[in-house]
Ligand binder design. Structure first.
Ligand SMILES: N[C@@H](CCC(=O)N[C@@H](CS)C(=O)NCC(=O)O)C(=O)O
Length: 227
């Protein structure tokens, strides 16, 4: 099995966290990235997006090219520990939260906050912190309050146990963190506590360390914007 995609992509990270929870081994090719695509990558994913997974490394004709599809495939392949709730309502809710995080949240963090800082620095330009703060305020206006309401006083987003919903949210928030934006405790205390609970899991904390090392290695120095 071979997984493709740059480690700082929240979608790649989501698939890697699910694999780590389930102790699924895979070969990893971190090269494909929106900052540069290997020549032959389009043969694997005609949509030119990451992550991409070849369930059989020797068969490039069968690829699964979407994080949600990859995570659902992992769940069927290795059912334990279950990362999708059993009860229908919790299951539906987990898929919905995953979708909100993969679509609206990913777009608003990726384009609005992460790219103005990270892509700018990585491509030799100064960080656009003004744009990133404006992007953060867009998030803070409706989407983060919505997610916080969905969490309520619960420990996890969908049912009693840690699930794909928690992984989808955490993978995205890790990119906010990487560019210096923590969720402010006064406005998003419950969501921040949920984030801290999730990143304490070994399946996730290993990526926090690897991501930070990678950012340092790239020479990207990020100043804390919100703590
Ligand atoms: N729905 C897809 C989204 C994947 C996606 O958009 N990945 C980004 C990287 S974070 C990408 O490949 N973007 C291509 C580009 O910007 O050219 C999934 O869940 O895998």
């Amino acid at each position: 099995m071979k997984l493709f995609g740059a480690p700082l992509s929240p979608f790649v990270r989501k698939a890697r966290i699910v694999a780590a929870e389930k102790k699924i081994a895979y070969d990893y090719d971190p090269r494909p990235s929106p900052l540069g695509w290997p020549e032959d990558f389009e043969k694997i994913n005609p949509l030119k997006r990451i992550p991409a997974l070849l369930p059989d490394s020797d068969n490039p004709d069968f690829a699964i090219n979407d994080s949600s599809a990859i995570c659902a495939y992992f769940e069927k392949r290795t059912p334990s520990p279950a990362l999708y709730p059993e009860a229908a309502t919790d299951y539906g809710r987990a898929l919905w939260i995953e979708e909100v995080c993969d679509s609206d949240l990913a777009g608003k963090i990726g384009l609005g906050v992460f790219r103005p800082i990270f892509f700018n620095i990585a491509t030799g330009k100064p960080a656009d912190t003004k744009a990133a703060h404006a992007g953060f305020e867009v998030l803070a206006e409706k989407l983060l309050p919505y997610l916080q309401t969905q969490l309520g006083e619960a420990e996890y987003l969908a049912g009693e146990a840690f699930s794909i919903a928690d992984i989808a949210l955490t993978s995205q928030l890790m990119n906010l963190d990487l560019v210096g934006f923590a969720l402010p405790k006064d406005r998003f205390g419950a969501l921040r506590a949920h984030y801290e609970r999730c990143i304490a899991r070994p399946s996730i904390s290993q990526f926090i360390e690897q991501d930070q090392l990678m950012v340092e290695k790239m020479g990207v120095v990020v100043e804390r914007q919100i703590d």
